[in-house]
Write a protein that binds this ligand. Sequence first.
Ligand code: 6GU
Length: 232
Amino acid sequence: MRIDVVTIFPTFFDVLEVSLLGKAREKGLLDVRVHDLRDATTDRHRTVDDTPYGGGAGMVMKPEPWGHVLDGIADASDAAETDPVFVFPSPAGERFTQATAREMAHEQHVIFGCGRYEGIDERVFAYAATRGRVRLVSLGDYVLNGGEVAAMAMIEAIGRLVPGVVGNPASLVEESHEDGLLEYPSYTKPASWRGYDVPEVLLSGNHGRIAQWRHDQQVERTRERRPDLLAD
Ligand code: 6GU
């Protein structure tokens, strides 16, 4: 899977060199390329933003550098590939969920456009739609300073679902959100620790009872912590 990231803070993405995703890149499972938006500017000050038409607080990212860099990435795209998906992290986007991550893990090419300031000139999204599919995607109902941290979270959520990235695929199945419920609680040795005991059922060796208990725990936790998930 090919992932391009456009940002004015390319070093944010240095962390993608470590841990599971770093290994996946070494193995060639993920081809991640980070582009500095300022390299696509033409003025001496490498300007990427300007004041908003209509007035208001803050600055808006100018369309020209975005057009230039998105063209460069789309043109370099393998001609045989299906159209890329442009993902613009935005608190004004659709909600990013495990289902979104699963969909995107099937893509050949995802391009993340990280906005800063008050956002990106709206015409950039319309233009990107002529070069691929476009999605504005939000992590949740709170505001970050820019798309970088959100893109990183999405890249990790998507990347770990790409076949081969997580060593034991079975470990992806019983996670929170995979079946619409929160994960059941986990325990390891010792069976007794500082007065806290591992639930007896887990020591019973009765796999049917264990499965039932785990499922009950999932439902109970979900009802307590995330009743909205049960409503769906
Ligand atoms: Cl995707 N971007 C920004 N800037 N803030 C957010 C977000 C995204 N998701 C939640 N807050």
